[in-house]
Design a protein around this ligand. Structure first.
Ligand SMILES: [Zn+2]
Length: 121
């Protein structure tokens, strides 16, 4: 959303009315976006919970079937996490506005697309 200069006292009522209506429209758009994001965060949170529960169940079942060393699991998890983080750090994205290729870690992901720092700001 662009920043508007405040209206001076010399502005006509029409200017005020137009600015207020535009602001209301921007606010409604922002509220819709926030609602969508809240819905998405809620779904992702549920997905994460299900994923954690599934993983805990897999570890429990595996432990019951063939006991294994917890330290070995922790080490394998740390190795997998490091590999995923390295992959994420190396990942790139193309800005939907200026088409510049940027590091995914610095890109801003919105419902309208992926944007570089310059275009997102
Ligand atoms: Zn851009």
């Amino acid at each position: 959303m662009e920043t508007r200069k405040p209206l001076g006292y010399w502005s006509s009522q029409w200017s005020y009315r137009q600015a207020i209506n535009e602001d209301r429209s921007d606010l409604e758009d922002t509220e819709l976006t926030v609602e969508k994001l809240q819905g998405r965060v809620k779904r992702l949170t549920e997905d994460m919970l299900l994923l954690r529960a599934t993983l805990m169940a897999v570890v429990d079942v595996l432990h019951a079937k063939a006991p294994f060393d917890e330290a070995e699991l922790a080490e394998a998890t740390a190795t997998a996490l490091a590999a995923l983080r390295a992959g994420h750090a190396a990942a790139t994205a193309v800005c939907d506005k200026c088409k510049q290729t940027v590091a995914m870690a610095s890109a801003t992901v919105t419902l309208d697309g992926v944007f570089c720092t310059s275009c997102a700001g």
